[in-house]
Design a protein around this ligand. Sequence first.
Ligand code: KG4
Ligand code: ZN
Length: 394
Amino acid sequence: MRILAIETSCDDTGIAILEGKGGFKKPLFDILANITHSQVAIHAEWFGVVPSLAKREHAKNLIPILTASLKKAGLLKLRKKPETAPLTKNITKILEKESEILADLNKFVETIETPKIDAIAVTYGPGLEPALWTGVNLAKVLSIIWNKPIVPVNHMEGHLFSSILDENKSKIKNPNDKKIIFPTVALLISGGHTELVLMKDWMKYKVLGKTRDDAAGEAFDKVARMIGLPYPGGPHISRLAEEFNPTNKIGLSFPRPMIASDNLDFSFSGLKTAVLYKVKELGTMSDDIKREVAHEFENAVTETLVAKTKKAVIKYSAKTLIVGGGVSANKKIRNSLLEMGEKNNVKVLLPDRNYSVDNAAMIAVAGYFRSLNKKNILQPKDAKRIKAKGNLSL
Ligand code: KG4
Ligand code: ZN
């Protein structure tokens, strides 16, 4: 099964082409192309993602990235004679709010032959709705023009499966070290989400707990801004925290909200506020103090995430812990989760760096697994039923 996947839920425009086989028993993937275009430089100025700008950038970049991905996968074939059939009214209607895609699509369809793919997977939520619509609408028109079915994918399900992709090889077997054994607990930590999910079988999810306010990534981004670091703040906080030298410390201590509560929910807003008050109190900070703020904040987030995940792993006798989402790129969090897994006899699957942040390869993997159940596949005539859902849950 060859899947073309489209990801536009936030500020990364992603297109991937993946060959999947083996079903649930022996999944085997070959990534033919995986291109991600980050809009960070555009949103950094605003210290966060601006939905209207994200939508505009996706619309501008989707067809060029699609063309590059097809080329990378060896699936780009130019027509011998350009096809001059105009786009149907149906297609122009679908793209009435995406004029940039429509403008590029005309030329694309005229010159490029239908590629050898079996289905189109697309993220339809959760995320920023204007951004999601660009990917969904492109998927719809490609489905109609190429006569290919669509598999709508939940972005969080993509993050959930990102750890079975391997950065160093394009061909991915699912050997024992990447094998998911049930029951599985998943910790999903991104800029918009922080949740613990129980998976007793393939594609069966129960949300065990989630953040009651800010997501972990959001807290990283906000604290970064307080100490003058650029957006997105996670990688910058992490780098600064690593430079912390205890011999210079002034003894900062931040709270670990809800760490001892007997549920599996999280809260990061109190921690963020505690950092804000401290930063205001400290006034102008030396580089050493900034390092200590970053270090102590990162410790507080890590300890909270690890404590709740450990609780879930023990309560549900998990055999595998899957971690996903942008924050799972954090070295301290990765190492602490690995250590907890070792102590509690649970195998921890972490995504390689390329696949921890938003990308379309993970959407293709989730799309492949979804497509194993025919109910999840929509034929082109039903494509118009797909709607972007900003608050979609697992
Ligand atoms: O999954 P993702 O790419 O996008 C969403 O779906 O939200 O996650 C982005 C988030 C940002 O908040 C970013 O600061 C955070 O992931 N992040 C990190 C690190 N790298 C990215 N947070 C902590 N440490 C990192 N190394
Ligand atoms: Zn994400």
